[in-house]
Design a protein around this ligand. Structure first.
Ligand code: R5P
Length: 279
């Protein structure tokens, strides 16, 4: 059976429809002091748990689900893994949060799947079989019809492979921008040697959080002559005023996958999960 994390119910339902696997009935409760408690009401010999973890409370819920499934075969799909950007100890005395969470989760599971995790090296800390699935092509496929003169660009070198995959789905070229982070919500971007004049640019990235990166990238490609800009991301974290800020920079549309449920999550990773993690 499939067990859905409370923030990943729509995606889990889509996977259930596609795969024919039943959705387990789950109660998510909270005590008056704020503590959480889950209860899995359907028995099965094995479970596929599908749970994104954007917030601390999602990790508590996930560990509770996994503990309740002890003794059973468990496959875990974490479509969006929070804390993945904390993939190093940046100052003395800091933990490597992504490592801590990967170890804690994997002690309960037989297999773990992530989708475009921020840094694939995190997988070395899962103490079980694990795989990162790539949804970048879906971004390209989603926008391919509306761009006459397409070009795919990632706002930094780290997302260059995503740009290449999205571009191959469209059948166009790709490039990336040079990015320097000035502060938590400020980045400085500069173009490389690519002609943007008259191009319909699709900007792709793994995460949109504050929107600072995409806002700056949009302004930059427009300054260099792009005629229209579309935004595609895998994980719509969308903190603060990110949506307003990105639209304000002049984009045509923003689309993301449904690793997190938002009003922009129109591209589903349910097929990818069903094909790679379930069958
Ligand atoms: C950073 O390396 C990531 O790939 C994203 O570019 C970043 O997380 C986006 O964050 P924000 O929306 O806050 O600029």
């Amino acid at each position: 059976m499939i067990i859905a994390g409370s923030k990943t119910q729509s995606l889990a339902a889509r996977v259930s429809n596609l795969s024919g696997m039943e959705l387990a009935s789950v109660e998510y409760n909270r005590f008056p002091d704020g503590e959480q408690l889950v209860r899995i009401k359907d028995e099965s010999d094995g479970y596929v748990v599908i749970a994104s973890t954007p917030a601390d409370e999602d990790y508590v819920e996930l560990i509770q689900i996994l503990d309740a499934c002890s003794e059973r075969e468990v496959k875990l799909v974490i479509p969006y893994m929070g804390y993945a950007r904390q993939d190093d100890s940046f100052r003395e005395g800091e933990p490597i949060s992504a490592r801590a969470l990967a170890r804690a989760i994997s002690m309960y599971t037989d297999e773990v799947y992530t989708i475009n995790i921020h840094n694939r090296d995190i997988h070395r800390w899962f103490e079980c079989d694990s795989e990162d699935l790539d949804a970048s092509r879906l971004l390209g496929e989603s926008f391919s019809e509306e761009m006459d003169n397409p070009l795919v660009i990632s706002p930094d070198e780290g997302a260059r492979d995503m740009a290449r995959e999205a571009a191959s789905a469209i059948g166009c070229s790709h490039d990336y921008l040079e990015k320097e982070r000035i502060s938590g919500d400020e980045v400085e971007l500069s173009p490389r040697d690519v002609d943007l004049d008259g191009m319909d640019v699709l900007l792709v990235d793994d995460i949109i959080s504050t929107g600072g990166t995409m806002t700056e990238a949009t302004r930059m490609v427009k300054r260099h002559g792009a005629s229209s800009v579309y935004i595609g991301c895998i994980h719509p974290v969308f903190s603060g005023n990110s949506i307003i800020s990105i639209y304000d920079s002049g984009v045509e549309s923003i689309r993301s996958t449904d690793t997190l449920s938002t009003s922009h999550s129109s591209i589903s990773v349910s097929n990818l999960i069903t094909e790679k993690a379930i069958n």
